[in-house]
Design a protein around this ligand. Structure first.
Ligand SMILES: [Zn+2]
Ligand SMILES: [Zn+2]
Length: 280
Protein backbone atom coordinates (compact mmCIF):
# COMPACT_ATOMS: atom_id res chain seq x y z
CA UNK A 1 0.00 0.00 0.00
CA UNK A 2 1.41 3.41 -0.95
CA UNK A 3 0.90 6.71 0.86
CA UNK A 4 -2.72 7.86 0.52
CA UNK A 5 -4.59 11.09 1.07
CA UNK A 6 -8.17 11.59 2.26
CA UNK A 7 -9.84 14.96 1.78
CA UNK A 8 -12.11 15.73 4.71
CA UNK A 9 -12.73 19.23 3.37
CA UNK A 10 -10.96 22.00 1.46
CA UNK A 11 -13.41 24.90 1.62
CA UNK A 12 -11.75 28.19 2.53
CA UNK A 13 -12.65 30.66 5.26
CA UNK A 14 -16.02 29.34 6.38
CA UNK A 15 -18.11 26.20 5.87
CA UNK A 16 -20.89 26.16 3.26
CA UNK A 17 -23.97 23.98 3.10
CA UNK A 18 -26.65 23.32 0.50
CA UNK A 19 -27.27 21.62 -2.82
CA UNK A 20 -24.91 24.04 -4.64
CA UNK A 21 -21.90 22.76 -2.65
CA UNK A 22 -22.35 18.99 -2.91
CA UNK A 23 -19.69 18.11 -5.47
CA UNK A 24 -16.69 19.92 -3.97
CA UNK A 25 -17.97 19.98 -0.40
CA UNK A 26 -18.51 22.75 2.11
CA UNK A 27 -16.28 21.65 5.00
CA UNK A 28 -13.14 23.65 5.75
CA UNK A 29 -9.61 22.31 5.47
CA UNK A 30 -8.70 19.01 7.05
CA UNK A 31 -6.81 16.21 5.28
CA UNK A 32 -5.64 12.78 6.38
CA UNK A 33 -2.32 11.43 5.13
CA UNK A 34 -2.03 7.69 5.61
CA UNK A 35 1.58 6.53 5.31
CA UNK A 36 2.46 3.25 3.58
CA UNK A 37 3.32 1.88 7.04
CA UNK A 38 -0.04 2.96 8.47
CA UNK A 39 1.18 6.28 9.91
CA UNK A 40 -1.72 8.67 10.54
CA UNK A 41 -1.08 12.35 9.94
CA UNK A 42 -3.87 14.94 9.90
CA UNK A 43 -3.16 18.25 8.16
CA UNK A 44 -5.20 21.04 9.79
CA UNK A 45 -8.45 20.59 11.68
CA UNK A 46 -11.22 22.55 9.94
CA UNK A 47 -14.77 21.21 9.89
CA UNK A 48 -13.54 18.49 7.48
CA UNK A 49 -11.99 16.93 10.60
CA UNK A 50 -15.36 15.32 11.24
CA UNK A 51 -15.07 13.22 8.06
CA UNK A 52 -11.38 12.55 8.87
CA UNK A 53 -12.40 11.30 12.34
CA UNK A 54 -14.92 8.97 10.67
CA UNK A 55 -12.13 7.43 8.55
CA UNK A 56 -9.85 7.12 11.58
CA UNK A 57 -12.61 5.48 13.65
CA UNK A 58 -12.95 2.77 10.99
CA UNK A 59 -9.21 2.04 11.29
CA UNK A 60 -9.47 1.58 15.07
CA UNK A 61 -7.80 3.28 18.04
CA UNK A 62 -4.21 4.44 17.86
CA UNK A 63 -1.86 7.39 17.63
CA UNK A 64 -2.61 10.38 15.41
CA UNK A 65 -0.51 13.46 14.72
CA UNK A 66 -2.44 16.65 13.94
CA UNK A 67 -0.16 19.12 12.20
CA UNK A 68 -1.30 22.76 11.96
CA UNK A 69 -0.26 25.15 9.21
CA UNK A 70 -1.53 28.07 11.34
CA UNK A 71 -4.38 28.79 13.75
CA UNK A 72 -7.05 30.67 11.81
CA UNK A 73 -10.48 29.47 12.81
CA UNK A 74 -11.27 27.70 9.52
CA UNK A 75 -8.31 25.37 10.23
CA UNK A 76 -9.17 24.77 13.92
CA UNK A 77 -12.93 24.62 14.32
CA UNK A 78 -13.07 20.83 13.74
CA UNK A 79 -11.40 20.35 17.14
CA UNK A 80 -14.80 20.92 18.73
CA UNK A 81 -17.07 17.86 18.98
CA UNK A 82 -14.46 15.39 17.79
CA UNK A 83 -15.84 12.06 19.05
CA UNK A 84 -12.38 10.46 19.21
CA UNK A 85 -11.20 13.05 21.76
CA UNK A 86 -13.64 11.57 24.27
CA UNK A 87 -12.19 8.04 24.06
CA UNK A 88 -9.33 6.85 26.28
CA UNK A 89 -7.83 4.50 23.66
CA UNK A 90 -6.81 7.33 21.30
CA UNK A 91 -3.65 9.48 21.53
CA UNK A 92 -3.30 12.80 19.71
CA UNK A 93 -0.15 14.75 19.20
CA UNK A 94 -0.79 18.39 18.24
CA UNK A 95 2.15 19.84 16.36
CA UNK A 96 2.32 23.40 15.05
CA UNK A 97 4.47 26.46 14.59
CA UNK A 98 5.14 29.02 17.28
CA UNK A 99 3.61 32.05 15.55
CA UNK A 100 3.77 35.68 16.73
CA UNK A 101 0.26 35.47 18.21
CA UNK A 102 0.57 32.09 19.86
CA UNK A 103 1.88 28.54 20.06
CA UNK A 104 -0.04 25.38 19.23
CA UNK A 105 -0.83 24.82 22.91
CA UNK A 106 -2.12 28.37 23.34
CA UNK A 107 -4.22 28.24 20.17
CA UNK A 108 -5.90 24.92 21.03
CA UNK A 109 -6.37 25.88 24.69
CA UNK A 110 -7.96 29.23 23.83
CA UNK A 111 -10.46 27.64 21.47
CA UNK A 112 -11.38 24.70 23.71
CA UNK A 113 -12.39 26.72 26.75
CA UNK A 114 -15.09 29.11 27.94
CA UNK A 115 -16.65 31.19 26.46
CA UNK A 116 -16.00 29.43 23.13
CA UNK A 117 -16.44 25.79 24.17
CA UNK A 118 -17.73 23.99 27.27
CA UNK A 119 -15.18 21.14 27.43
CA UNK A 120 -11.43 21.74 27.62
CA UNK A 121 -8.92 19.28 26.16
CA UNK A 122 -7.86 18.50 29.73
CA UNK A 123 -11.34 17.13 30.48
CA UNK A 124 -11.45 14.85 27.44
CA UNK A 125 -10.50 11.18 27.82
CA UNK A 126 -7.96 10.76 24.99
CA UNK A 127 -4.25 11.42 25.54
CA UNK A 128 -2.97 14.76 24.24
CA UNK A 129 0.50 16.10 23.67
CA UNK A 130 1.63 19.48 22.29
CA UNK A 131 4.83 19.97 20.35
CA UNK A 132 6.22 23.13 18.83
CA UNK A 133 7.23 22.65 15.22
CA UNK A 134 10.95 23.37 15.36
CA UNK A 135 13.09 24.15 12.29
CA UNK A 136 14.32 21.01 10.54
CA UNK A 137 12.51 17.75 10.01
CA UNK A 138 10.11 15.66 12.02
CA UNK A 139 9.89 11.93 11.58
CA UNK A 140 6.65 9.98 12.08
CA UNK A 141 7.48 6.35 11.39
CA UNK A 142 8.59 6.36 7.75
CA UNK A 143 7.06 9.80 7.10
CA UNK A 144 9.54 12.65 6.98
CA UNK A 145 7.95 16.10 7.31
CA UNK A 146 9.63 19.41 6.47
CA UNK A 147 8.09 22.88 6.79
CA UNK A 148 8.75 26.37 5.48
CA UNK A 149 7.16 29.75 6.25
CA UNK A 150 4.83 31.14 3.59
CA UNK A 151 3.31 34.64 3.30
CA UNK A 152 -0.07 34.88 5.07
CA UNK A 153 -1.36 37.36 7.68
CA UNK A 154 -0.09 36.21 11.09
CA UNK A 155 2.21 33.59 9.54
CA UNK A 156 1.66 30.13 8.10
CA UNK A 157 3.70 27.05 7.18
CA UNK A 158 3.72 24.86 4.09
CA UNK A 159 4.68 21.20 4.53
CA UNK A 160 6.32 18.48 2.49
CA UNK A 161 5.67 14.87 3.47
CA UNK A 162 8.01 12.20 2.10
CA UNK A 163 7.12 8.56 2.67
CA UNK A 164 10.64 7.12 2.90
CA UNK A 165 9.28 3.56 2.68
CA UNK A 166 7.58 3.92 -0.73
CA UNK A 167 9.35 7.02 -2.09
CA UNK A 168 6.16 9.06 -2.60
CA UNK A 169 5.84 12.70 -1.60
CA UNK A 170 3.35 15.56 -1.35
CA UNK A 171 3.48 19.27 -0.60
CA UNK A 172 0.63 20.96 1.29
CA UNK A 173 0.39 24.74 0.95
CA UNK A 174 -2.90 26.12 2.14
CA UNK A 175 -3.29 29.82 2.97
CA UNK A 176 -0.42 31.43 1.13
CA UNK A 177 -0.34 34.76 -0.73
CA UNK A 178 2.27 34.03 -3.35
CA UNK A 179 2.23 37.58 -4.73
CA UNK A 180 3.40 38.89 -1.31
CA UNK A 181 6.38 36.55 -1.04
CA UNK A 182 9.79 37.70 0.12
CA UNK A 183 12.92 36.15 -1.42
CA UNK A 184 13.26 33.78 1.54
CA UNK A 185 9.67 32.55 1.10
CA UNK A 186 10.24 31.91 -2.59
CA UNK A 187 13.52 30.10 -2.07
CA UNK A 188 12.14 28.01 0.81
CA UNK A 189 8.91 27.05 -0.90
CA UNK A 190 10.43 26.19 -4.27
CA UNK A 191 12.96 23.98 -2.45
CA UNK A 192 10.11 22.28 -0.59
CA UNK A 193 8.49 21.50 -3.98
CA UNK A 194 11.59 20.27 -5.78
CA UNK A 195 14.08 18.85 -3.24
CA UNK A 196 15.11 16.04 -3.23
CA UNK A 197 12.95 15.69 -6.37
CA UNK A 198 9.68 17.22 -7.60
CA UNK A 199 6.84 16.19 -5.29
CA UNK A 200 4.30 13.69 -6.69
CA UNK A 201 1.44 15.96 -5.64
CA UNK A 202 1.18 19.67 -4.86
CA UNK A 203 -1.86 20.70 -2.80
CA UNK A 204 -2.15 24.46 -3.03
CA UNK A 205 -4.30 27.48 -2.15
CA UNK A 206 -6.43 28.60 -5.09
CA UNK A 207 -8.94 30.81 -3.30
CA UNK A 208 -8.92 33.37 -6.11
CA UNK A 209 -8.51 33.68 -9.82
CA UNK A 210 -6.15 36.25 -11.34
CA UNK A 211 -9.14 38.51 -12.11
CA UNK A 212 -10.03 38.84 -8.38
CA UNK A 213 -6.50 39.26 -7.21
CA UNK A 214 -6.19 43.05 -7.06
CA UNK A 215 -9.46 43.40 -5.14
CA UNK A 216 -8.24 40.96 -2.51
CA UNK A 217 -4.61 41.96 -2.02
CA UNK A 218 -3.44 41.20 1.54
CA UNK A 219 -6.24 38.69 2.15
CA UNK A 220 -3.55 36.02 2.29
CA UNK A 221 -4.41 33.82 -0.71
CA UNK A 222 -3.12 32.72 -4.09
CA UNK A 223 -4.85 32.53 -7.47
CA UNK A 224 -5.07 29.23 -9.31
CA UNK A 225 -2.98 30.58 -12.19
CA UNK A 226 -0.04 31.06 -9.80
CA UNK A 227 -0.59 27.59 -8.32
CA UNK A 228 -0.21 26.00 -11.76
CA UNK A 229 2.79 28.19 -12.58
CA UNK A 230 4.58 27.10 -9.38
CA UNK A 231 3.93 23.45 -10.26
CA UNK A 232 5.22 23.92 -13.81
CA UNK A 233 8.35 25.72 -12.65
CA UNK A 234 9.21 23.03 -10.09
CA UNK A 235 8.53 20.01 -12.31
CA UNK A 236 5.38 18.88 -10.45
CA UNK A 237 2.80 17.33 -12.78
CA UNK A 238 -0.08 16.63 -10.41
CA UNK A 239 -1.76 19.52 -8.59
CA UNK A 240 -4.78 19.60 -6.29
CA UNK A 241 -6.16 23.08 -5.77
CA UNK A 242 -8.17 24.01 -2.70
CA UNK A 243 -9.23 26.60 -0.12
CA UNK A 244 -12.23 27.13 -2.40
CA UNK A 245 -13.85 30.52 -1.79
CA UNK A 246 -17.22 30.20 0.02
CA UNK A 247 -18.79 32.16 -2.85
CA UNK A 248 -17.64 29.58 -5.42
CA UNK A 249 -20.39 26.99 -5.80
CA UNK A 250 -20.13 23.72 -7.75
CA UNK A 251 -20.97 25.38 -11.04
CA UNK A 252 -18.24 28.00 -10.64
CA UNK A 253 -15.70 25.40 -9.54
CA UNK A 254 -16.53 22.99 -12.39
CA UNK A 255 -15.98 25.80 -14.90
CA UNK A 256 -12.72 26.75 -13.20
CA UNK A 257 -11.50 23.15 -13.26
CA UNK A 258 -12.20 22.84 -17.00
CA UNK A 259 -10.22 26.03 -17.57
CA UNK A 260 -7.31 24.79 -15.41
CA UNK A 261 -7.09 21.46 -17.21
CA UNK A 262 -6.50 23.26 -20.49
CA UNK A 263 -3.29 24.62 -18.94
CA UNK A 264 -2.32 21.49 -17.01
CA UNK A 265 -4.06 18.12 -17.53
CA UNK A 266 -2.82 16.91 -14.12
CA UNK A 267 -4.61 19.71 -12.24
CA UNK A 268 -7.85 19.13 -10.32
CA UNK A 269 -9.88 20.85 -7.66
CA UNK A 270 -10.13 19.07 -4.31
CA UNK A 271 -13.42 17.29 -3.62
CA UNK A 272 -14.37 16.46 -0.04
CA UNK A 273 -14.65 12.74 0.60
CA UNK A 274 -12.00 11.76 -2.02
CA UNK A 275 -9.22 9.24 -1.38
CA UNK A 276 -6.12 9.69 -3.58
CA UNK A 277 -3.12 7.41 -4.03
CA UNK A 278 0.19 9.30 -3.97
CA UNK A 279 2.33 7.13 -6.22
CA UNK A 280 5.97 7.91 -6.79
ZN1 LIG B 1 -7.86 29.38 5.67
ZN1 LIG C 1 -5.52 31.63 7.23
Amino acid sequence: MSMRLFIGGMRGSRPCVGAAFEEFGGDTTSLLVLGSGGERLVLDAGTGMHAVAGQLAEMGPGEVTILFSHYHLDHMIGLTMNPLFYRPDWAFSFVGPDLADGSVREAVTRLLESPYWPVSWEQMAAQFEFTELAPGEIQLGALRVRACPVPHPGGCRAFRVDDTADGSSLVFATDMEWQKRADAHEKGFLALCRVPRPADLLIIDAHFGRADEDAFADWGHTCWEDGLAIAASTGIERVLLGHHAPEADDEVLRARERQMKQHMPGAALARAGQWLEINS
